[in-house]
Every structure is written in structure tokens, then in C-alpha cells.
Design a protein around this ligand. Structure first.
Ligand SMILES: [Zn+2]
Length: 411
């Protein structure tokens, strides 16, 4: 019964993602919104359409391969079999859990590798985005895998030990630990995680720095410093963000952003980022993430001791690891409900951040900056409304520009 549910959820997820991708494909021929006319010339638009088709094909193959692997794994009870094998080798339940998870982590990374490699060195390369060397790619993959293994091992150990000493009530303590870890990484992301993959330097004095500091002064913004990160090491795609809070706030600009945008456009983009900060969006995201994890942990505490979950995956109870995997698969529908809700609030926050830029007189330069970034990234100008509603964290470019124009005229 539980296994049937799990398998139907896996199929449901596959179906939903495939339908969304199909809808987006159908919408490709839709006319470009009036506010975006002229963003691409004819040749570039052809290239953009080809890029979209290629990306959709790659993700379709990736989805099919995942499904072809996960279905027999679930149906034949191979997870339960693996759990049994690990149990015969090792006595300690904690070590059993960690080793099983390490195996999943490694297998998952290996399965993703061909797709990551193909996307980077074939697709992104062909469309001129890729800047990654093979050496960087392999090093980054290794670093990301080790980092993920280190974090999951630590968290699993803590959760399991809490479960052993507190029983069902472990979730509250586990949540406390999670919350501390998340706050810590939010504060020190730039100091700990970023240097593993990128180099960052302070923005040197000059026209841009003066322009940014002047604008920040007008907004009453305080920050640690302005940093430039070598995004060009990986890709030509550009970004900027405001990170951390309290004394750890800093502005981070991709070097690719500085290459592609004029000074006033960078200031426009920064005004948007500062708008997020001003509305406490970073803080809210953190709170929402902690509450979500709290709900997940509480629900997990209700079923963690049940024999049915490990049995559904073909294992012999008790198995904390199998219970966790079965539980997370059973939560798939909750993800479907949460995705559009999160998307709604996230898009609202983006509108507010754009409004901040527009109200402070940076509307036009933000629009120009966004257009240039979209053109350079070969962005899809006509996503299907259902895809936007279900998955988009940002409003579409046309929606954003329309709003910014309205507000800029009111100012
Ligand atoms: Zn934003």
C-alpha cells in the first residue's frame, strides 16, 4: 500500500514536470510581449529558441533516466536489500545510517555527472556560455560532493543521537540545531562556502565604486563592503546579490555583470538587491525555510518509529535511513502544494524590490540592465503562465518591466 503510494507519487512528479516542460515548448511560438520588442534580433532569437529546445531535450532525457532507475529500485526493494547488507557488516545503527546515506550521496553524484558534464561542455559550450575548464569542473564536483557529505553526515549524526535520547520528541531539538546551522551559513556563506568555488576581491576605487557608494548613501544603506566574484571562471551568465545580515552584510557583484552592464545599470540592479534587503526578504526566506523544516521534522517524528516505512522499501525494521527516504518520497505532494505558494510570495518580493529601485529613480536603468542580462543569457521571453505560476521565483521579464515603467511614471 505505502509502496504503491510512493511509486504513484514518483510517477506524478514525472508527469507534472513533463507537462510543464511540454506547455513551455508549446508557448515558444507565442508572440513576444510588446515591452520586449527588439530585445533579440532575428538571428539571436533563432539561437535562443534553439537553446531552449536543447535544454528541454536534455532535461527530458535526464528525467527519463532517473525514472528508469528509481522505479525498479523501489519496486524490487533494492534499498531494503542494501540496508540489509550494510546491517550485516556493521553493528552500530548510527554508522549504518551514515554509510547508507554516503552510498546514496555518491551514487546520486555519479548519476548526475554525465548530465552535468554534457550540459556544461556540450550545451553551454555550444551556445557560448561555458567558461569552465575540465579541471575546474572535476575539482568543483569533488568539492561539492565532499561538502555535501560533510554537512549531511554532521546533521544526520546529530538528528540520530537526538532521536536516541529523546524518542519522538527529538524533532524540536533537531529543529533548534537546524536553525542554528542555517543562521550560521547565512552569516558566513561568503566567508566559508564561496571561497571554495570562487575568488572574491573588493571592488577597486573608480567610477563604479563611487556611483554605488553615492547611491547607497542616498538609500541610507550600510554594508560591510562591495565585492567582485570571478563568476567568469564558470560561465558568462551574470548575477549580483546582497548577502548576510547585521554586520555581515555585503554586496557581491559578478565580474561578468560588470563586463555586460553600464555603470548606471549596475546601480539599478543593486537598487533592486538593496530593495530585498530593505524589505527583510533574506530574513523572511530564512524564517520560512526554518518553519518548513520544522513542519517536516514534526511530521517525520510521527512516523519515524513505524515498521511500515522501511518495509515498504523492502527492508527490515528498524531502519532510520529507510524511514527517512520513504518519508521524503511520501512528501512529494506537499512539495507540489508548497511550490506555487512559495513562488507567489517570492514573485511578490521581486516586485517589491523592483518598486524600491523605481521609486528611487533607478527604474529605467534597471529595465535596461535586466534586458541586457536577459539577452545575454538567452532567456525565454514567453514562458507558459502555468509554468510561471508553478515554478517561477521571479515574475517574467515583461511583467517586471511593465510594473517598473508604471511606477517610474508615477514618481
Ligand atoms: Zn530579486
Amino acid at each position: 500500500m505505502i509502496l504503491t503510494l510512493i511509486i504513484s507519487f514518483v510517477l506524478l512528479e514525472f508527469a507534472v514536470n513533463s507537462v510543464l516542460s511540454w506547455l513551455n515548448g508549446r508557448w515558444m511560438t507565442h508572440p513576444i510581449p510588446a515591452v520586449l520588442k527588439g530585445l533579440y534580433d532575428e538571428a539571436k532569437y533563432q539561437k535562443q529558441q534553439e537553446y531552449m529546445r536543447t535544454c528541454r531535450r536534455v532535461s527530458w532525457v535526464s528525467r527519463c533516466v532517473s525514472l528508469a532507475i528509481i522505479l525498479p529500485v523501489l519496486a524490487c526493494g533494492w534499498l531494503g536489500w542494501l540496508d540489509g547488507v550494510v546491517k550485516t557488516w556493521i553493528d552500530s545503527p548510527l554508522l549504518q545510517l551514515l554509510i547508507l546515506y554516503a552510498i546514496f550521496d555518491v551514487v546520486g553524484t555519479l548519476l548526475d555527472l554525465p548530465f552535468g558534464y554534457y550540459s556544461t561542455f556540450v550545451v553551454e559550450e555550444r551556445f557560448g556560455f561555458n567558461k569552465t575548464t575540465k579541471r575546474t569542473f572535476w575539482l568543483d564536483t569533488l568539492k561539492a560532493a565532499l561538502l555535501s557529505l560533510a554537512i549531511s553526515t554532521t546533521l544526520l549524526t546529530v538528528i540520530f543521537l537526538l532521536y536516541q535520547s529523546w524518542g519522538d520528541r527529538f524533532w524540536l531539538w533537531a529543529l533548534l540545531v537546524y536553525a542554528c546551522v542555517m543562521v550560521f551559513f547565512n552569516l558566513f556563506y561568503s566567508n566559508i562556502i564561496v571561497p571554495l568555488f570562487n575568488k572574491q576581491r573588493k571592488l577597486e576605487p573608480g567610477e563604479l565604486r563611487t556611483a554605488l557608494e553615492t547611491a547607497m548613501g542616498q538609500w541610507g544603506a550600510r554594508f560591510d563592503d562591495i565585492y567582485v566574484i570571478d563568476g567568469s571562471k564558470h560561465s558568462t551568465k551574470a548575477n549580483a546579490y546582497f548577502t548576510g545580515f547585521g554586520p555581515k552584510k555585503r554586496i557581491v557583484l559578478y565580474d561578468t555583470l560588470l563586463e555586460q552592464l553600464a555603470t548606471d545599470q549596475v546601480v539599478g540592479v543593486m537598487a533592486h538587491e538593496y530593495g530585498h534587503y530593505k524589505h527583510h526578504d533574506t530574513l523572511w526566506n530564512l524564517v520560512v525555510a526554518i518553519v518548513t523544516i520544522g513542519v517536516y521534522l514534526y511530521l517525520f517524528s510521527l512516523v519515524v518509529g513505524s515498521d511500515a516505512l522501511p518495509q515498504a522499501l523492502g527492508g527490515t525494521p528498524p531502519s532510520f535511513a529507510l524511514a527517512m527516504i520513504a518519508f521524503s518520497l511520501l512528501l512529494t505532494p506537499l512539495g507540489f502544494i508548497l511550490s506555487p505558494i512559495k513562488g507567489h510570495f517570492s514573485r511578490r518580493a521581486e516586485y517589491r524590490a523592483d518598486a524600491f529601485a523605481a521609486e528611487h529613480g533607478h527604474g529605467e536603468s534597471l529595465i535596461e540592465g535586466l534586458k541586457r542580462l536577459a539577452a545575454n543569457n538567452l532567456s525565454n521571453l514567453t514562458p507558459h503562465p502555468a509554468v510561471v505560476w508553478f515554478t517561477y521565483s521571479h515574475p517574467t521579464l515583461a511583467q517586471r518591466i511593465t510594473q517598473i515603467k508604471q511606477l517610474s511614471h508615477e514618481v
